[in-house]
Design a protein around this ligand. Sequence first.
Ligand code: SAH
Ligand code: SF4
Length: 423
Amino acid sequence: MTDTNLISRPGLIDPVPVPRDVTPREDGRVDLLGLTRSRIGELFETAGLDAKAAKLRSRQVFHWLYHRGVTDFEAMTDIAKTMRPWLTERFVIGRPEVVLAQHSEDGTRKWLLRTTDNHEFEMVFIPDETRGTLCVSSQVGCTLNCRFCHTGTMRLVRNLTPGEIVGQVMLARDALGEWPKGSMAGFRDNDDEDRDDEAEGGNYTSDGRLLTNIVMMGMGEPLYNFDNVRDALKLVMDGDGLALSKRRITLSTSGVVPMMARAGEEIGVNLAVSLHAVTKEVRDEIVPINRKYGLEELLAACAAYPRASNARRITFEYVMLKDKNDSDDDARELVRLLKHYKLPAKVNLIPFNPWPGAGYECSSPERIRRFSEIVFAGGISAPIRTPRGRDIDAACGQLKTAAQKMSRADLDRLADEKQAALG
Ligand code: SAH
Ligand code: SF4
């Protein structure tokens, strides 16, 4: 069976997209998870349906798959009873495999997941009073090597496919028991992939959900897996798919400048930028991609990000590292830079989350507070984030699956390798 679903197969830095077949399964069936409506229709046609039937069935299956979370064709009640075994013989609807599910004492949950080719990755769910945020991974490992990030000490194993990315959100809905229920009456066709609201097709209720927001802040650099992240998020935003508003989705990048405009145009979600330093010297050291795309270039790309406005401010993440980036001067320079580029900005101050072998310490609470006050005084909101899920290593920058322990020398060698690749 031919399939042109693209997967980016990474080089060390710039991933090269190559055509990839639908991942073959031993039983010969095709997993529909991660495929678009039109791709599902094509597969139905290849399997023998005429064009009209393929289109109708693909719409129905799409709805059950992404909107209802159904994994069994027998449960698709508006599909003719005789049709269901035909589907079951040829197709499946999968999920990433759960290796381990952990609960933090603060309510944060972390899942260790495994791909069919045996690579492990993680997702984290962070509930608080007003929202529930799922932190989704885009890659197994990361090509970059931000010095304070545990994921950065992994080599990139591979990009996650759209199915593995949207599969995280679906698995979270499974775990939280949050698929819409109710009758199919009122279900209407919906061609508009760009729907911007959270409208639901049916008359079932889905209020009071726990999972309200998604952040692309798990393992990996989402803009180095652009196509797959975009395709997965389109399924998440589709009004007849997972139907989550783009306003509730945030993509975080360490600063892959050449992809930022496309991210704005083709995905259109909120942008977060891992700034972490305000001088070339310090950012070159702790966020090495800065050597390739410098601060000025990055901030100019932020200013050009489509639809940046006061209502949709860009979030700048700033990890607080003792004696590295946390002085009063740093705070003042941060305000100056954001104002200079006229950025509608919000700063998130993240207390550094330690991991074994990290060569940094977290700034003191007083220092972080003072930093925050200076930025606030400059007219920019700068809340201090409370670390979540530290006891199960689920906090920012703590995700890492490879069991191997690296010595400091190993870590330095890996950093050199990755930096050489940055050119
Ligand atoms: N690769 C993307 C998204 C994943 S990282 C990026 O870099 O933006 C999500 C956020 O956690 C980033 O802002 C990252 O810099 C931050 N982070 C990484 N390690 C951290 C640590 N040890 N403590 C606190 N924040 C960390
Ligand atoms: Fe990769 Fe983001 Fe970690 Fe940097 S902070 S190493 S880009 S995951």
